[in-house]
Design a binder for this molecule. Sequence first.
Ligand SMILES: [Zn+2]
Length: 382
Amino acid sequence: MSLSRRRFIQQILALTAGGITSPLMAYDASDNAPLKKTGVVLDPSFYLHDHKDHPENSQRLKAIDEALTKQKLWSQLTPVAGRLASNKELLLAHKQGYIDEIEILSKDGESFYNAYQEDTYINEHTFFAAKMAAGSAINVNLAVYDREIENGFALLRPPGHHALENQAMGFCIFNSDVIAARALQKYRGVKRVAIIDFDVHHGNGTQDLTINDPSIMAISIHQHPFWPLTGDLKYIGKGPAAGTNVNCPFIPGVGNGAYLGAYDNIIEAKLAAFKPEHIIVFAGYDAHWQDPLADHRMSVIGFNKLVDRCLESAKTLCNGRISFSLGGGYKLEPLAQCVAGTFHTLLNNPQKYLNPIGESPDGEVDSQEQLDELIRHHRDTV
Ligand SMILES: [Zn+2]
């Protein structure tokens, strides 16, 4: 463990023990890190929600931690404190009965949320970790919104984009991004928040929770048709929210061209029309070509370019206010390299131009026809 990594953990432990509620941790100037640049939250409880035979396990965070250590990233980051979301904050996205259900199941120890479908596991730490994930997302977003940090990344588990108002699914328990968006609205009077989801799976939970809400734009680029079988073009938002749900579905085999093309030709314009005051990115990396759970062919540099575009949009539209929260990515090496690549991009380090692991040996399926169809569709829904 490098000295700076050790110091980072000491800061987290000291802060947790002290019960400090300010989102931003005391900054140690002797660490040679740039002041107030990119924040990161990684709470020890995120490792405790775990199941060793499941693809969404704590090894993912260990691999990310090792890559950040090897690439000397920890010393460049500003630690942000994790904290538990309150029950009131969880109610910004979920029903009380569902919150109680997760608490009770978690107390019972290891099980699956749905006994007939072993996708979302729960253990005795899940309720605590999921509340910590949602509260930490709130903290990172408040720190960004208040300009205590320029941007930030919550390395949280369990993830949230499949979580529905009343139901866990797809490895997700509480929808931390929607909770954080609504917390910004509640605590800071933010009028419009955009959530950009580039996880390879459709963010059905985020779509469902915001489909009637004109104050949150939910954008998702994903493989389709694919689990969870949602995310087609007919879902554009209802009533006054029409045009604020932006799905960009792509068939298997597409890669950087499709994702960047969707951003340049659709997402940028949708964001410009919506005028968000804050952007949250659900950063899933399971569209990487080596990922075992999906069939898209993004590369590390493709993700870096996508992240750069998100930063550009934030700079142009909302004073640079943008945060990231961890989504999928189930092969450890590409996941770790992608997260490190995102940090290099947030920090504008020259390493953002590197492409560890390279491109798919099978190339990318041409996405122009699908892209044209998407452009036509979304032009009509602005
Ligand atoms: Zn995913």
